[in-house]
Design a protein around this ligand. Sequence first.
Ligand SMILES: Nc1ncnc2c1ncn2[C@@H]1O[C@H](COP(=O)(O)OP(=O)(O)OP(=O)(O)O)[C@@H](O)[C@H]1O
Ligand SMILES: [Mg+2]
Length: 628
Amino acid sequence: MREYLPVLIVGAIIGVFSVVFLVAFLLEKDKKKSMGWERNMSDREIIRRLLAYAKPYKGQFLLVFLVMLFSIVYDVASPLLIGRIEELIKDSFPLSELFSYVAVYAGILVVSLISTYAQAMLLQKVGQKILSQIRMDTFTHIEQLSHEQLNRIPVGKLVTRVSNDPNSISFLFTNVLVTMAKNSLVILGVLGAMLVLNYALTLMVLCFVPFVVLFTVIFRKFSRKVHRRVNDATTAINTYLSENLSGMKITQSFNREDRKMTDFETRSTELKKAKNARMLVFGIFRPMVYMLYISSVLCLFYFGAKGHIRNLHWFGQSISSGVIVSFYMYLNKFFNPIQTLAEQFDMLQRSFAAAEKIFSILDIVPEVVDEPDAVELDEIRGEIEFRDVWFRYKVDEWVLKGVSFHVMPGQTVAFVGPTGSGKTTILSLICRNYDIQKGQILIDGRDIRTIKIASLRRHFGQMLQDVFLFSGDIRSNLLLRMEGVDDREVMAACKYVNADSFINRLEKGLDEPVRERGNNFSAGQRQLLSFARTILHKPSVIILDEATANIDTETELLIQDSLERIKTIGTMLIVAHRLSTVQHADSILVLSHGEIVERGTHQELLAAKGRYYKLYTLQFTKQELMKR
Ligand SMILES: Nc1ncnc2c1ncn2[C@@H]1O[C@H](COP(=O)(O)OP(=O)(O)OP(=O)(O)O)[C@@H](O)[C@H]1O
Ligand SMILES: [Mg+2]
């Protein structure tokens, strides 16, 4: 009995840990089965689509696999060699033989090192290529979505789809798949080599496998839970951040900094706790596998040495000291891959989930697309007609109800009406940002659905209600990557719309930096810049959705003057809030609840004493009052 005491102690320790963890496992109620990365697509479908991305790099992957075999050979062969050398040393044997063994070992080692390096480099390169392909595909696809579709997906989500998710997939190709394949092969190779060396000792090692499996199963339950917790906490903090950073100015003006700080702290603390919990789970799992490893080493030395000293024969095999040395090395190479495999299984699941999220974006079929027989329009005259157009954003809520009007080339038509009456909507329909449900929109007598969207939009210069400026400088914002235009032309356009005076006053002129969304410029200046941008792109039809923001009288006069000039370029559709803007229009359409209720020139409409007259007198008296 005393003879087996060391082994019994080892067994008892493993037993106690197993029972404790098993009880914890059974007591742990994982109510929420979902990982936060649950999926609808099958693994097979995801793998099929991922392989499609890897297909162009078949050769490279094959090469990686071949190179990988070298490092596997090293893992499996080196303990054999060392064991052999150990045996040779005891007998007196020629030094030349020792040299040859050392040379072979060194050779394998060098080849394995080089192959590991080559494999990592190759994989990184391929991974980056795949990553950039996926990112490009996603971005190009998002570009094709209609306004309606884009409205439905939060911007933050799209950013994650383009920036973060492809990273997880590239990690799958560069790391997860290869390490998993390699580790599985190493485990098999090591097992095979151990069997060849000694059955009995191999059986002893295999006795530890059920415990490894048990610990792994327990670990996976807890690791899923902590991963999910970290995931949820990260999402919570990101969502909170993105919303509150954009709304920071509001927070400051309402003095809500303290309250927001507390909210943020709660989320931040939760993330910290979640990460600590994750560390704890991994911190327990790794030592457990290590304990099994050490126990197996103890057993190996105990049984191995005993067998060696007593020269025991098991299954016809004796145990030499070399066998013990080799087994000692194999044990490490056996337990390490098992631990890594267990830890990487979740990575695999996470990559699949990221892949599914990307594929679900790629699967959204763009709603507004070119008809198969759509034509290119090289030039347009600028005649625009709405024939009984009905449109709605949401089912059962018509925003435009039978709108009809006809604009002749070169004419200026203005839309006026209360807020929400559908003015902006009319303008965005002309450029086919949305498709209408009933009726027809015609350009030069041709239904816009029969025209290629890109060629249609090329002829329109849109100046929208909220001017969007990209971060960069003034020049890049005016040109939007248009080529072959020099600064003289750019300045001429600026002068044409009266934007030159304020640009000239800037320290760096056209090179003046523009911050995010152009927040270092006033509303009036942004409007003038958008005029210049439109002029530079030489449109045939100009669409202006006037900003509602108040601008000072001086800038208003500048804008008036620029508009008078822009009018001469071609057909112009204006949505105007200041009635001074529309007085010179050829025709004014008054909208109310999605219907045109009055139409005519400024004078005609005033004479009719209807809605326009009311709007006009209201604005006029307001201005008069403000002047006093
Ligand atoms: N993307 C959208 N999705 C759903 N409904 C929308 C969308 N855009 C506008 N609407 C709705 O359509 C109606 C008309 O909006 P539109 O923007 O055309 O009004 P508007 O006349 O330009 O108003 P304003 O003078 O305030 O600019 C409004 O009731 C608005 O709520
Ligand atoms: Mg509007």
